[in-house]
Design a protein around this ligand. Sequence first.
Ligand code: FAD
Length: 481
Amino acid sequence: MRVLIIGAGIGGLTAAALLLKRGWQVTVLEAGTYPGGCAGTFFHKGYRFDAGATLAGGFDPTGPHTRLADLLGLEWPVTPITDAAWGTHLPNESVYQWVDPARWREEYLTKFPFSARFWQKQEKLAKIAWDIAARDFPWPPATLSEAARLPLALRPQTFAAAPYIFSKMRQLLPRETTPAFKAFVDGNLLISAQAISDHADALYGSSVLDLPRRGVMHMRGGMGAIAETLVHWIQANGGEVKYRQRVTRLETRNGFVRALITARQMRFEADVFLANLTPWALETLLGEAAPDRLRRETRSRPWMWGAFVVHAGVRAEKISTSITHHQVIVDVEQPLGEGNSVFISLSPLDDPSRAPAGMRAAILSTHTRIADWQGLDEATYEQRKARYAEKVLAAAERALPGFRAAAELVLPGAPQTYEFYTRRPLGMVGGFPQTSLFAARGPQTGFRNLWLVGDSIFPGQSTAGVTLGAMRVARLLNGSR
Ligand SMILES: Cc1cc2nc3c(=O)[nH]c(=O)nc-3n(C[C@H](O)[C@H](O)[C@H](O)COP(=O)(O)OP(=O)(O)OC[C@H]3O[C@@H](n4cnc5c(N)ncnc54)[C@H](O)[C@@H]3O)c2cc1C
């Protein structure tokens, strides 16, 4: 059986490796010149900048990256983070997400003394959610055999989560919640569930609030090392990863995809096709053949978030903190994103591969509404970009005083930049906001031999989430052979 995979993001590469392991003939076609997509690392003027993702989680003993490494027999180039996964800088104080659970408990009891019961409930729900994930829960089921598998992942303790399956995170917040506490929780949810507590699903939200204590690592060489490790494994095991191969069209007949066509007018045939794409990108490749259901989906689903980023090269002696990730919330009374919440990541002090001598690679990012970047003339677009860069740099200054003066290279990037480099329509990134388990999207496309992988399918965004989704699709295909 031959499988063609469109896109060398974490979703495409993970599925590729798992199918190869089970004897499939595997070819990955990637439009760009390096793997990883939003979790790739690119070279620029002696820096290795992460394209988007910077925080590597899910490397705990039962985490998705560890399980994948065990299945493939590979090793990730990682060093554990042992102090704080990140620090959140609120206007009046900083709260550190310590990796050590006891230290974290002490932190939240000191900073938010009223919040103990909230965190106890969150930890309980998180444990249930991570346990289910480790037992391969194909949600939402795409086939009858997946539906039959669902009960196998449940355990008596799973049912303790039953009262919360329709709840939002907001309903878990303590009655004494302050604007600072809500902004703290919302800031953490926004980066990992793409929704704040008012909308984020309670089970999903609880599980992602646990991320700092679920195996967070430094990837040596940058986040792209996950994708690069997978590419090496695929190539060493007889699979192919072809770069500069942008797929422009899918040929279909009678409910099946027969072949794909690339921008270089090459035609590839296969038995099965995987698209490491958003539904919008898939619709474009299918053109007239796009099923009505997919068309309805792309019309009715709200757009995903976009990201505004600044890649910066900073003098290491001026920014010498050993905590590599920081989040700044400028005003706890105002909506997050749009420069009011900014995530900052610095290359580790002990990874010289990331920057020229004496420098560190930094990436600053904020969520931004895609719609506000559409239809601008060039001058307005440039002004908007400059204004956002200012906002983001000012936020960084709050967490890391002296940041601006230390920055010798500043490269702003808007949703258009993501659209160009990751080919994600309109620069929509981060998958769908996880607002309800019952609105989750599965991998089906309307074609019997075409499946989606990547952060558009449950459980959505992050390298860990996308790995889980791709493991599920590989299992589905292996079961069908
Ligand atoms: C600013 C930002 C910060 C983030 N921070 C984190 C973080 O700290 N930690 C974390 O875990 N996650 C983070 N994420 C999310 C994470 O990066 C993504 O959820 C994940 O990497 C998406 O993987 P994917 O498999 O969906 O593929 P993508 O990353 O979307 O990759 C798809 C690939 O397909 C290729 N492609 C697209 N169209 C075609 C075509 N027609 N033909 C051929 N190839 C094509 C693209 O070039 C790309 O390489 C962040 C994302 C962003 C944008």
